[in-house]
Each structure stands twice: as C-alpha cells, then as structure tokens.
Design a protein around this ligand. Structure first.
Ligand SMILES: [Zn+2]
Length: 400
C-alpha cells in the first residue's frame, strides 16, 4: 500500500500544508485563513431561508426571460458529480427547461461519458455537443506536462487545462446562438482553490459573496496576477510563445464566466452560480445522484472531479510544485465552513487523495507519455513507498 498523503506538517485547525507556497502560518501553526476566521460562504440553518428566497426570485426571472424560447437556460455538463446534480436540481426541482452542453475532453473516460448520456435521458433534457478540439487539448496538455517536468513550475499544471477554460467562451456562443438569456454554473464556494475565501456573516451576504468573488475588480486582480505569472513563464520558456494565443484566451478572455471580456462581448447573457444561492451539501448531492443512476468513474477514490482523468495528475503536479492539492484546499474550506471536523478531513485525505499511481498512469497513457518523463515521488513502475515530500525540506515562509 502506498502512502498517498505526504507526511507533512499541516495547519493545526484545517489541513492546509504548512509549507505550501501560498500558505502562511503563525507561531501556533495556524494558517492565515483559519487565523483570520475567514470562511467560505455556504448555506447554514439560520441564513438558508433568505438565500432560498433570493434564489426563487432569480428562478422566476430566468423563467420570465425564457418565455417564447426553446430553453430557459444553458448548463454545461461533464459527467461529473456537480454538473449532474445541478442539471437534476434545475429540471426536477425548479422545472427549468435546460439545454445541456457538453464537450468530451481527451480525459473524459467512458463512465463519465455514459453519465452524461444517462442524465440527459433520465432528466429529459436536450443535449448539444460543443465544438472544441480534443486532439488539440491532448497535445497542449502533453506539451505543458513535459515543460512542467523540466521546469518545475506549478503554473504549467493550470496551463495544461487551458482548453477547458475556452469552454466558458463556447457556452456563451451556444447561449447567444439560441437566444437563451441565462447560463447556470455548478461551482460552489467550498471548492474554490485556496485564496478565494469569504467572511461568513449575515444572511444577505450570500449575494455579497458571489458578487465579491466575481466582481469586476476581483476579476481584474485575478487577471493581473495571471499576467504577471504568465510573463515570468514566457521569460523562462521562450518556446511557450507558440501557444500565446490559447494562453491569452484561457488566462485573460475566458478565465471565468465573469471576465470583463465576456461581459462586453455577450451583454445579453447572464450567469448564475446556482450553488452560491442554493447552498451545496455533499451528502445530498451524492444521495440524489445515486438515485439517478450516476456512476463513479473507475479507479476514483472520490466523487469530486472524478469525471476528469487528468485531475489526479494535476493534483500530483500541484502537490510537487506548489505544496498542496485541490483536495487539501477543499477539505480545509469544509472545515472552516463547519461541514467537517479536522479528524474527518485527515481521514478523507488518506482515503480520497487522488495521487494514486494507477490514476497517474492512466493520465500519462492519454497524454501518450507513459514512462517517458521522470516523475519524482511517484512509484509508477517500481511499486515502492512514496518518498517524503520535497517541500518538507523547504524553510518555513515568513511567520505572520
Ligand atoms: Zn488553517
């Protein structure tokens, strides 16, 4: 059995690795997010009613805007957990007429693909296939993984997923083509990576949390950070220039569904991040999906991001070069939101952390890179125990 979770010091309240690049801990070993009592916004008993009222208003507006049109809203589906659950909630709970849109990436396995087909059939939803090249997606991811292995920069992990960012633009194109005014997204505050955190406060703040996160200013700030990092990479790897167009589109134009560019280009199309209003409850989501016949893709220890074969490899890339994974971040957010105890999170890290050699091997096969790049700390062919984490030996960052 491979030790899946690096034995490294973590924040004493959540599970963020203490020496990860973006984590700062004080002398008590408490990270900056726990120390400042920041919490991702999520539904709690006392504020849920106000959020739901606000959600009802929005659903009414979506229905009013959809009158006389073939659909009320467009929803991107991937065969994964959250998009399947979103589609179910919109059709069954709110009676919205959805057009599901789908792009089969090179990393969408057969089980996830069949989940998409099963969901749209059971929920009686129309499906449109998006026009993006899976071949280019695979080539770009391969190129970025090779660069990452050479240069050891975590940003290449994000660039490997550039094609999925272009989906944001593609969904807007589909909505405009059919004159649909709303696009609904299944993201939630809990799964936002690290820096995106909100202060849990009054009931009316659910609106504020989403607005602040997706505000013009927040988008500009995020874009500037990406530009700075991108410039560093271009200096480091001049060969990257040949992909400048897709990098620019993925990191500036279509980084999120709320970029200034998208707002200007598609002024009549609105976005609603559904779970920021409805709240997101993991158990309810999993129970509902079971009833609908959703299947967990082969080899996944977790339902989260199980639709993407590359997700495990990306977590590995981030773990090795940024010192933390998406799973570290999500579980820590759940602890701060009061959804999980630290002990439960540690247990889940052991059970679900995605850096399993078998999954990494599967991603390398899709990338057409089996055995041709050297991966530290992954016993891909050797079957031996994982080495201690490289970042353990880094000096602690400046204390708060
Ligand atoms: Zn913490």
């Amino acid at each position: 059995m491979i030790n899946n979770v690096p034995d490294q010091p973590r924040c004493s309240r959540c599970v963020l690795p203490r020496y990860a690049e973006s984590v700062r801990c004080n002398n008590d070993g408490v990270c900056q997010l726990c120390a400042s009592e920041l919490s991702p916004s999520n539904v709690t008993d006392e504020d849920s009613q106000t959020k739901l009222d606000s959600l009802d208003d929005r659903v009414s507006r979506i229905k009013a805007d959809g009158k006389g049109k073939p659909w009320d809203c467009v929803v991107g589906v991937s065969g994964g957990r959250d998009s399947s659950y979103l589609l179910r909630e919109l059709t069954r709970k709110h009676n919205l007429r959805c057009l599901a849109v789908y792009y089969r990436t090179p990393f969408t396995g057969q089980v996830a693909h069949e989940n998409v087909l099963r969901m749209v059939e059971r929920l009686n939803t129309d499906l449109e296939i998006m026009n993006l090249s899976a071949k280019f997606h695979q080539e770009l991811a391969r190129y970025m993984v090779i660069l990452w292995a050479k240069k050891r920069q975590w940003m290449f992990a994000n660039l490997a997923c550039a094609q999925c960012k272009l989906l944001n633009g593609e969904i807007f194109r589909v909505a405009r083509k059919h004159d649909v005014k709303w696009i609904l997204y299944g993201s939630n505050a809990i799964e936002s990576f690290q820096g995106a955190t909100w202060r849990r406060s009054s009931a009316s703040d659910s609106q504020g949390a989403a607005d602040r996160h997706f505000s013009f200013l927040a988008q500009m700030r995020r874009m500037m950070a990406v530009v700075r990092k991108g410039t560093e990479l271009l200096v480091l790897c001049p060969g990257l220039w040949r992909h400048w167009s897709v990098m620019f589109q993925a990191s500036i134009l279509y980084l999120t569904p709320n970029t200034p560019y998208i707002k200007l280009r598609y002024p009549g199309v609105n976005v609603l991040h559904y779970f920021y209003y409805a709240g997101w409850k993991e158990e309810e989501c999993e129970r509902t999906l079971k009833e609908l016949g959703w299947q967990l893709p082969f080899g996944s220890g977790t339902t989260w991001r199980a639709d993407c074969t590359f997700a495990a490899f990306k977590d590995y890339m981030l773990q090795e070069t940024a010192g933390m994974t998406y799973m570290d971040s999500m579980l820590s957010n759940m602890i701060r939101a009061g959804m999980l105890t630290r002990d439960e999170a540690m247990k889940r890290l052991e059970d679900e952390q995605e850096v399993f050699p078998a999954k990494i091997r599967a991603a390398l096969d899709v990338l057409d890179l089996p055995g041709s790049i050297s991966l530290p700390n992954v016993p891909i062919n050797r079957g031996e125990k994982r080495q201690p984490h490289m970042l353990r030996h880094r000096r602690p960052v400046a204390e708060l």
